[in-house]
Design a protein around this ligand. Structure first.
Ligand SMILES: C[S@@+](CC[C@H](N)C(=O)[O-])C[C@H]1O[C@@H](n2cnc3c(N)ncnc32)[C@H](O)[C@@H]1O
Length: 433
C-alpha cells in the first residue's frame, strides 16, 4: 500500500492538481488521487516521495503526512448530532494516531496549531467548533504525557479555521511537527501532520529582488513554475522560452534543473534576462547550470536555435494591452485578432524546434468582457494542423475507482488563471509533438 499524503492547494486548485500530476508523472512516481476538492487532495504516493518536493511546486501550499483516517459520518454524528460516543471515537483516534508522541518529544512547553479543511458542506459552518475540539483533545493527550501545551488560537471572526502558511512558517510548526491538519472529505476524514509548507518569501524574492523587472509584462514566478512542471520538465532537459522577456520562466526552469534557452526580439530584454539568470545562479548557488539568451525574432526560431533541439517550450507571447476597465466583446475580439498572426506564426516554428514527444505549454489571453462572456484565442485548430496533439494533464487512470466529479477535470486540456486585479487572464494550453 502506498502512503497517503494530503495536499492543500493554492487558489486555483485545478491548476495545482494538474501541476502535481504532471510533476509526479514526469518523474515516474506512482500515485493515485483518492479524493479531490477545492479545499484539499488526498493522494497516495509511492514511498520515497519527500516533503522537500514542495519547493518544486508552484501550486501547493501545505503537504501533510496522514496519521489517522475515519469515516466522515462519525464527524457528522459528533458535531451535527452532538453524539458523545462519536466525539470519544474521534478523541481515541487522535490519541492512537501517534500525532501527540512526536509533539511530546520537544523539551519545552508544546506550542501547536490545528487547521480544518472541510469539503463536506454540512460541516463547514462548524469548522471552528471542530478545530477547538481537536485542539482540546490534543492538549488533553499531551497533559497525559505530563506536558504543558499551548494551542494557537485565533479570533472567532476568521473566515476559515486554518493557519496560513506564513503563520506555520513563523511559528516553526513544521520543524516541531506541531500543525495538525483535519481534512474532512465527503466520505472520509484524514488527520495529518504538516511536513512541508510553501515559502512565499522565496517566490517573492525571485519576483521583486531580481536585478531587472518589468511591471506590466511580469508573470508571477509561481505561475511560471506551474507551467514548467506542466511541460514535464525534469533535470537535464532543454527548455526554451522564445518570448523570454526578463526571464521569469527561465529562472524557474533553471531552478528545476533544466538547461535553458531564451529568445526575445528586444535587445534590452536579452541583457536583463542574462543579468537576472546570473543573479539567480549566485543567489541559489546553482553551479554547473547552463543558460543561453539570444536576441531574435520568433519567426526565425528554427534558424536561430536549430530543428528538433529542445525538449520543452514554455512561454507567454503577449497578452495584449494593459486595460483600465473590462472591455466590450467586440473590443476584446479586436485585441485577439491583432495578436493572432504572432501566435500562429510562432506555433509553426515551435513545431520545428521541438523534439518528438516534447511538450509545449503556451499562454493565450483570456479576456472577460462586459457581457460576462469571455473571449479567447482559437489556437487549438492551428496547433493540431501543425501536428501537435492535445495533452490532458489529468486522466481517469490517475484517480481511484469510483472517484466522483471527474467530468470537470478529465478531458480538460487548457486551464484558466484569472487574477482579479487584471482584466486579461491566462489560458494555459498543453500540447505534445
Ligand atoms: C509577455 S512578455 C514575456 C514575459 C515573460 N514571461 C516574463 O515574465 O519576463 C512577451 C515578450 O515577447 C517579446 N516579443 C514580442 N514579439 C516578439 C517576436 N516577434 N519575437 C520574439 N520576441 C518577441 C517582447 O519583447 C516581450 O519581452
Amino acid at each position: 500500500m502506498m502512503p497517503t499524503e494530503l495536499f492543500i492547494s493554492g487558489k486555483n486548485w485545478k491548476l495545482s492538481l494538474a501541476e502535481l500530476a504532471s510533476y509526479l508523472e514526469a518523474r515516474k512516481i506512482k500515485f493515485e488521487v483518492q479524493f479531490f476538492s477545492k479545499e484539499f487532495f488526498a493522494v497516495s504516493v509511492e514511498d520515497g516521495f519527500g516533503a522537500s518536493t514542495i519547493e518544486d511546486l508552484g501550486g501547493t501550499i501545505k503537504i501533510g503526512e496522514v496519521k489517522a483516517k475515519f469515516q466522515t459520518q462519525i464527524v457528522k454524528e459528533a458535531f451535527l448530532q452532538k453524539s458523545k460516543q462519536a466525539q470519544s471515537q474521534i478523541t481515541e483516534s487522535l490519541a492512537s494516531s501517534g500525532l501527540v508522541d512526536e509533539m511530546a518529544k520537544s523539551a519545552e512547553k508544546v506550542f501547536f496549531g490545528v487547521s480544518v479543511y472541510c469539503a463536506e458542506k454540512t460541516l463547514r459552518p462548524l469548522s471552528g467548533v471542530i478545530q477547538r475540539f481537536v485542539g482540546s483533545a490534543i492538549k488533553g493527550e499531551l497533559a497525559g504525557y505530563g506536558k504543558k501545551s499551548k494551542f494557537m488560537g485565533f479570533s472567532k471572526d476568521r473566515k476559515f479555521a486554518q493557519l496560513s502558511h506564513v503563520e506555520v512558517l513563523k511559528k516553526n510548526l513544521v520543524e516541531n511537527k506541531a500543525e495538525v491538519l483535519l481534512c474532512i472529505g465527503k466520505e472520509e476524514t484524514w488527520v495529518a501532520t504538516t511536513v512541508a509548507v510553501h515559502n512565499p518569501f522565496e517566490f517573492q524574492k525571485r519576483d521583486i529582488y531580481k536585478p531587472n523587472q518589468r511591471k506590466i509584462f511580469a508573470m508571477p514566478p509561481r505561475i511560471a513554475r506551474i507551467m514548467v512542471n506542466l511541460s514535464s520538465c525534469t533535470p537535464g532537459k532543454v527548455l526554451l522560452d522564445p518570448f523570454c522577456g526578463v526571464g521569469t520562466i527561465l529562472q524557474e526552469a533553471l531552478l528545476a534543473g533544466a538547461k535553458v534557452v531564451g529568445v526575445d526580439v528586444n535587445p534590452w530584454c536579452i541583457k536583463a534576462a542574462n543579468e537576472n539568470l546570473e543573479w539567480l545562479k549566485r543567489e541559489y548557488s546553482l553551479e554547473g547550470t547552463e543558460f543561453r539568451v539570444l536576441q531574435g525574432d520568433v519567426s526565425r526560431l528554427a534558424q536561430k536555435i536549430g530543428q528538433e533541439t529542445v525538449d520543452c517550450i514554455v512561454t507567454e507571447p503577449d497578452l495584449g494591452p494593459a486595460l483600465r476597465q473590462v472591455p466590450t466583446g467586440p473590443y476584446a475580439l479586436k485585441i485577439i485578432q491583432k495578436l493572432e498572426p504572432l501566435y500562429f506564426g510562432f506555433v509553426e516554428e515551435a513545431h520545428r524546434v521541438l523534439k518528438r514527444d516534447g511538450r509545449l505549454v503556451l499562454v493565450t489571453p483570456y479576456i472577460n468582457t462586459r457581457s460576462g462572456k469571455s473571449v479567447t484565442m482559437p489556437i487549438g485548430e492551428k496547433l493540431e494542423n501543425c501536428g501537435f496533439k492535445r495533452v490532458q494533464p489529468l486522466t481517469k487512470e490517475m484517480f481511484s475507482e469510483g472517484a466522483v466529479g471527474l467530468e470537470e477535470l478529465v478531458g480538460v486540456s487548457s486551464l484558466v488563471e484569472v487574477d482579479e486585479r487584471h482584466k486579461i487572464g491566462r489560458e494555459i494550453h498543453i500540447y505534445e509533438k
